[in-house]
Design a protein. Structure first.
Length: 401
């Protein structure tokens, strides 16, 4: 082959830069084709999202001031059971009006129960939760369950008694006996326990026992109401109770003993619990026992209010402290006796006498209270006067009207 032919063949062969150009053109063409296909392709199909429900619940609490109030904000244990499914448990905190919210629940029929730290459980059965939200009022949560066994009984009364007249921060203070959440345990808490004594709360939702049929829509609220325990407290009589020391006047000689009685007038008002603080002047009077020795307690009268929670006498400070409750609502009647105070005159009193009067010292929590369903119902209080004269003075017979 001559040199001219060889040169001509080499000249017609593509060079490297030509190959690079061709590759670039092909790459751009491929990218463009893929973009065009993607632009006209349908989006991938997605499964429809299931509707969710927000439960807006409300509870009413016993013994609290009117809402909104901080004492209405409590931990609440909620158990939710969709029909045919396991129970779901959660904890929420109510706001200062007793409201709470649980979001993102599946639509359907539920049994739902709620329970506070020291309340009985309340169950609402077979409620329909429908999107976007469903409001449920669970009613009143009965107070008094200190040990979370869903029953109010003597065990709870014992816990209350060991914590009586103690406040937040005191040794022995038991939070679960502070039924009205005011950080102090007194007759208001005792009356709430008495209100629900021997009561048992509703059971937890039971997924293994579904209803035989779904009730008709118009009858479902009535069914739910029927499943609630009757937690509303009985109504008090229309009026106020009073407390007094009788007889209102006693005249003694120094060294002589005499017995006074503390009693309530409940002719217009039921009383479930009482805190009674009686103050006296220890310079002139002394509380004694049957033998005439200084006493450490007064003499209970338990034929009416039988559960004595506290009973002490401080003869140095001149203070009687007595607390009692009863788990039965008495029909209002006059002159319910609480306890007796045997006293002895230890020195002549001033001409006006020495008083035994009821104490209302908020700073020391020495507040005389008569309470029904957590509310103070004391109207009037009536003290007694004791006049003690020297032993060489002859006393005439006392006449009382």
């Amino acid at each position: 082959m001559d040199s001219n032919a060889t040169h001509e063949a080499v000249a017609t062969r593509p060079q490297w830069h030509q190959w690079l150009f061709i590759a670039g053109v092909l790459l751009l063409a491929g990218v463009g084709l893929a973009w065009a296909q993607a632009a006209h392709a349908l989006p991938p199909s997605r499964a429809p999202q299931a509707a969710t429900v927000t439960l807006q619940g409300h509870v009413s609490l016993q013994g609290r001031p009117a809402a909104p109030h901080a004492s209405w904000s409590i931990p609440l244990y909620v158990s939710l059971c969709p029909l045919g499914s396991p129970v779901i448990t959660t904890t929420v905190t109510t706001d200062q009006s007793g409201n709470f919210v649980i979001p993102d629940l599946a639509e359907g029929y539920y049994s739902i129960s709620v329970k506070g730290e020291h309340t009985l459980r309340v169950l609402q059965g077979y409620l329909e939760l429908a999107s976007p939200s469903t409001t449920v009022d669970f009613g009143v949560l009965p107070e008094g369950d200190t040990n979370y066994d869903n029953t109010v009984n003597g065990i709870d009364a014992s816990v209350l008694g060991t914590s009586y007249w103690k406040g937040q921060g005191d040794a022995g203070f038991e939070h679960n006996a502070d039924f009205n959440e005011d950080d102090y345990i007194d007759a208001r808490d005792a009356s709430l326990l008495a209100t629900n004594f021997w009561d048992t709360g509703d059971p937890l939702p039971a997924p293994t026992i579904p209803p035989p049929t779904i009730p008709a829509k118009d009858s479902r609220p009535a069914l739910a109401d029927g499943l609630m325990d009757g937690a509303e407290p009985s109504q008090a009589a229309d009026g106020l109770a009073s407390i007094s020391i009788t007889p209102p006047l006693a005249m003694l000689q120094v060294g002589q003993m005499f017995t006074l009685t503390v009693q309530m007038d409940m002719s217009e008002q039921v009383v479930q619990a009482a805190d009674v603080f009686v103050q006296f002047d220890p310079r002139f009077l002394q509380v004694v026992d049957a033998a005439g020795n200084p006493a450490t307690a007064v003499v209970p009268i338990t034929d009416t209010m039988s559960m004595v929670l506290a009973n002490s006498v401080d003869n140095r400070a001149g203070l009687i402290s007595y607390a009692v409750m009863e788990s039965v609502d008495y029909v209002p009647s006059a002159n319910i006796r609480l306890f007796q105070i045997p006293i002895r005159a230890v020195a002549p009193t001033p001409p006006g006498g020495a008083s035994l009067s009821f104490c209302f010292d908020e700073a020391r929590h020495n507040v005389t209270r008569l309470v029904y369903v957590g509310q103070d119902v004391l109207g009037d209080s009536h003290p007694a006067i004791v006049r003690a004269l020297s032993s060489n003075v002859v006393l005439l017979p006392q006449l009382f009207r």
